[in-house]
Design a protein around this ligand. Structure first.
Ligand code: UD1
Ligand code: CA
Length: 468
C-alpha cells in the first residue's frame, strides 16, 4: 500500500510577525503550503491530508482540490495536530509521512528514501534529521551510546549537556500509522511551551521497546524550516539557486543566475537566454531560443520560440513565435501576439489579439481589440474602449494602416486594407480599402513666421534703447 502524507499547517507562525498565516507566504511566487503538497505528491504519496487551523480558510483555498483537510481548532502543538487526523486516517494501515507546512525545500526523493528506510527496517518511525553548525531553534536528536535515537529534545527544553548536539529534527517523519495513533493519546504538555510535542513520541516508542530509526538528509539546505522572514529569504535564495542550476544544465543561458528569479512551475526550452533582473513566475512556458530580460516580469504566460521580451511586464499573455515585446511594454491578461507580431516601446495591450506580423511599435493602448494580420498601428494610437460604464471592442482588418495618434472610439471596425489619417478620432466604421480622416483642414498663413521674428527682434532693440 502506498504512503499517505499528513501536512501540519495549523500554526500561526508568530515569528513571521504577519497578518498572513505562515504557510501562505510565498517563495518564488508559490505559497509554502503548495510547495509542500507538491513534495508529498512527487514523493509518491497517494493521499495528502492537511491539518489546518490558524487562517484555515486562507490556507484551504490554496490547496489543490484532491487534498483532504482536517481542522485543528486550537493549536495545542504538533502532537495534537497529528491527533486531529486520527479519525480521517482511521482505515489506513501503512506508512504515514508527516511533513511540516513550513519546510518547503525538501526533495521528493529524500521523502521517498525515508519511507523506504522505515519499510525495510520495520521501524515504528523513521525520522529525517540533519547536521547544522548553528542548530538554534531546532529540536535536537539525542542518541544513546550505540547510536540509537533515544529522544528528541526541543530547543527550549535542552539541558546544558544537550546544547552541543548538532544533529537536529527536520520535522519530517515516516510513521507506522497504526503504532502512531495507538500511542498519541499518551503525550503530555509538560514542557517549556506547554504544548503536545509530536517529538515526545520518540522517547515513548523507546520505552515500549519499539524500533526508532533516524537518518540525516544529504543536504541540510533542503530541510530548512521557515519560522521568520529571514529564513523565508534564505529559502527563496536556496530555491532560486536550485532552479537556476537545473535550468542552466538543461540548456538555458543566464548572464547572472543571482539576478534571475524563476518559479518552480515555469518551463523553458533549450537555448533560451535570460538576462538580469528577470522574474518568470507561475505556469509560464518559454520556448526555444526566446530571449527575455533584462528587467522583465513574466507571470502565467506563454512565450513561444524565438520571441524577444525586453524590459517588460507580461501577465497571463500569449506571445507567439518570433514576436517582439518592449522595451517597456505591458501585456495584460488576454493579450495574444501571433507569430512575428510586435508590441513595442511604451505599449499597453489588454484582452486583444494582434495578428501575424502586425505591429504596434510605439506609445499605444490597445484594449478589447481584434487586429488582423500585417496591420501597422501608428505611434500614439489609442483604442478608446471604455465609455465610463462599459467596455467596447475594436476590430481592425488585415493589412490596415492606422495613422499615428488615431483615436479608435469603440465599438468600431476598420476594414481590410483601410487607412486612417494621423490624429483622427475614428468613431464610425471604415469600409475595406477606404481612407478615413477626421481633422480640421490645415491653414497656411504665408510669411507669418518671418514677420513674427522681425517683430520680436524689434522689441528687443527697443528695450536696449529706452534711454534715448
Ligand atoms: C518543530 C519540531 C522541532 C523541529 C522543527 C523543524 C515539534 C515540537 N518540534 O519545531 O523538533 O526541529 O519543527 O522545523 O514538533 N503546527 C500545527 N499545529 C500546532 C503547532 C504546529 O499544525 O498546534 C504546525 C505548524 O503550522 C508548522 C509545523 O506544525 O507547519 C511545525 O510547527 P512549528 O511551531 O514551526 O515548530 P518548530 O518550533 O519549528
Ligand atoms: Ca518550524
Amino acid at each position: 500500500m502506498s504512503a499517505v502524507a499528513l501536512i501540519l499547517a495549523a500554526g500561526e507562525g508568530t515569528r513571521m510577525k504577519s497578518a498572513t498565516p505562515k504557510v501562505a507566504h510565498q517563495i518564488l511566487g508559490e505559497p509554502m503550503i503548495s510547495l509542500v503538497v507538491g513534495v508529498a505528491r512527487e514523493s509518491g504519496c497517494a493521499r495528502v491530508v492537511a491539518v489546518t487551523g490558524h487562517g484555515a480558510d486562507e490556507i484551504e483555498a490554496l490547496l489543490p482540490s484532491d487534498t483532504e483537510v482536517v481542522r485543528q481548532e486550537q493549536q495545542l502543538g504538533t502532537g495534537h495536530a497529528v491527533l486531529c487526523a486520527r479519525e480521517a486516517l482511521a482505515g489506513f494501515d501503512g506508512s504515514l509521512v508527516v511533513l511540516s507546512g513550513d519546510t518547503p525545500l525538501l526533495k521528493p526523493e529524500t521523502v521517498a528514501g525515508l519511507v523506504a528506510i522505515r519499510e525495510s527496517s520495520g521501524a515504528a518511525v523513521a525520522v529525517l534529521t540533519t547536521h547544522l553548525t548553528d542548530p538554534g531553534g531546532y529540536g535536537r536528536i539525542v542518541r544513546d551510546r550505540d547510536g540509537g535515537v533515544s529522544a528528541i529534545v526541543e530547543h527550549k527544553d535542552l539541558t546544558s549537556a544537550e546544547q552541543h548536539i548538532t544533529e537536529v529534527n527536520t520535522g519530517t517523519y515516516c510513521f507506522d500509522s497504526r503504532v502512531l495513533f495507538a500511542h498519541l493519546d499518551r503525550l503530555t504538555n509538560e514542557n517549556a511551551q506547554g504544548e503536545y510535542y509530536l517529538t515526545d513520541i520518540i522517547a515513548l516508542f523507546n520505552s515500549e521497546g519499539l524500533l526508532v530509526t533516524a537518518s540525516p538528509a544529504e543536504d541540510p539546505l533542503e530541510t530548512l524550516g521557515i519560522n521568520s522572514r529571514v529564513q523565508l529569504a534564505e529559502a527563496t535564495h536556496v530555491l532560486q539557486k536550485r532552479i537556476n542550476m537545473r535550468l542552466m544544465l538543461e540548456g538555458v543561458t543566464m548572464t547572472d543566475p543571482n539576478l534571475v528569479w524563476i518559479g518552480p512551475k515555469a518551463r523553458f526550452g533549450r537555448d533560451v537566454e535570460i538576462l538580469p533582473m528577470t522574474f518568470v513566475m507561475g505556469e509560464s512556458v518559454v520556448g526555444e531560443h526566446a530571449r527575455i530580460g533584462p528587467n522583465t516580469r513574466i507571470t502565467d504566460s506563454r512565450v513561444a520560440h524565438g520571441a524577444v521580451v525586453d524590459s517588460s511586464v507580461v501577465v497571463s499573455a500569449d506571445i507567439g513565435p518570433n514576436a517582439t515585446v518592449g522595451p517597456v511594454a505591458y501585456l495584460r491578461p488576454g493579450t495574444v501576439l501571433e507569430a512575428r507580431a510586435k508590441a513595442g516601446t511604451s505599449v499597453e495591450i489588454k484582452n486583444s489579439r494582434i495578428g501575424e506580423g502586425s505591429k504596434v511599435p510605439h506609445l499605444s493602448y490597445i484594449g478589447d481589440a481584434e487586429i488582423g494580420a500585417d496591420v501597422n498601428v501608428g505611434a500614439g494610437t489609442i483604442t478608446c474602449n471604455y465609455d465610463g460604464a462599459e467596455k467596447h471592442g475594436t476590430v481592425i482588418g488585415d493589412g490596415a494602416f492606422i495613422g499615428s495618434d488615431t483615436m479608435l472610439v469603440a465599438p468600431v471596425r476598420i476594414g481590410r486594407g483601410a487607412v486612417t489619417g494621423a490624429a483622427s478620432a475614428i468613431a464610425h466604421d471604415v469600409p475595406d480599402d477606404a481612407l478615413a480622416v477626421e481633422r480640421s483642414e490645415q491653414l497656411i498663413v504665408e510669411g507669418w513666421a518671418a514677420r513674427r521674428r522681425k517683430e520680436q527682434a524689434a522689441k528687443k532693440t527697443g528695450k536696449g534703447d529706452t534711454g534715448q
